[in-house]
Design a protein around this ligand. Structure first.
Ligand code: SF4
Length: 294
């Protein structure tokens, strides 16, 4: 298999067949992000011969796979034509294939026509994951995400119209010190206008090789305490009114919680209260400072 650098996939894609079709990120400008820093280039597409040989090899390990997750920061940046070719190729090797997922940026959806989105749905693309991070425009702009909340709403609605289901990721802590609760409230307002199948949450962990670290050193941005981040997460859960699956999983979250909203709202916030009463700010900070890798 061709896997280049660290491979990232959402926790809920653990059972999908992972096929590399791109390496790195087309954007590569988010101030907090160090995910693809181990690559000596910004973005590359895998040659078709490599994709095909990986599909062939993977079909030996997972012959009955029903779902493939395309690896790379944003394979949805590929042209609709390329994505259709990958789907056609995948179907040759996986007879039971139902659907194909991948990470996408909001701007990758913008670049496709409505007709292309519908065609991509009919050839199998579904449940794509978008790291929208926040609905707080100040945070999105400061972090160089390359879009604002109105773009999130517009492009996710276009996915819905095309019948493509999607999951979104929220980044707890992105609004900065003193703004966590407000950022969560604004984000919930945005998310409540959408229909994500899953809202995943990661928690901001600032690494020294990030641009955000330099901004902090220069006094331009201040990090939320761990206590503020937990309060922010609770605010987000409480302010969400849509039916969705909520999942704060992965190493960046000191405890992993998940459940259905709105039914499990109390269960989720009680777990966060328990975390707050069990650990001091210093202990939670020490957990984050000692996270070698996300
Ligand atoms: S957060 Fe996502 S879009 Fe931003 S630079 Fe990192 S991989 Fe690319």
């Amino acid at each position: 298999m061709h896997y280049t650098g660290t491979i990232w996939r959402p926790p809920y894609e653990a059972w999908s067949a992972l096929i590399q079709v791109t390496m790195g990120c087309t954007h590569h400008k988010c101030k907090f992000c160090t995910l693809y820093e181990d690559l000596p280039f910004k973005f590359k597409m895998s040659p078709q011969s490599e994709v095909e040989s990986d599909l062939r090899e993977m079909s030996n390990y997972m012959p009955d796979a029903r779902r493939i997750f395309l690896v790379g920061a944003n394979p949805f940046a590929l042209s609709a034509e390329k994505l259709r070719c990958i789907a056609a190729l995948a179907k040759q090797y996986f007879q039971k294939l139902d659907n194909i997922g991948c990470f996408s940026r909001i701007t990758d959806i913008t670049a496709k026509t409505d007709k292309e989105l519908k065609e991509l749905r009919s050839c199998g693309y579904n449940r794509i994951t978008i790291g929208v991070e926040s609905g707080d425009d100040n945070a999105l702009q400061f972090m160089n995400k390359g879009y604002i909340s109105s773009d999130i709403i517009k492009q996710c609605k276009r996915l819905e119209n095309a019948g493509i289901e999607y999951n979104i990721f929220y980044l707890t802590g992105i609004s900065g010190k003193g703004n966590g609760t407000k950022g969560a409230e604004i984000s919930a307002e945005v998310f409540n206008r959408l229909n994500p199948k899953i809202i995943g949450c990661s928690m901001l962990t600032v690494y020294k090789n990030s641009e955000l670290y330099s901004e902090i050193q220069n006094g331009n941005w201040h990090e939320e305490s761990e206590t503020e981040k937990i309060a922010e997460l609770k605010t987000l859960i409480n302010a969400l009114t849509i039916k969705t699956h909520f999942a704060a999983l992965g190493a960046s979250n000191m405890i992993n919680i998940q459940g259905s909203l709105p039914a499990d709202k109390n269960k989720l916030t009680e777990a966060l209260d328990k975390l707050l009463s069990s650990f001091s700010e210093e202990e939670m900070k020490s957990y984050r400072d000692n996270l070698p890798h996300l």
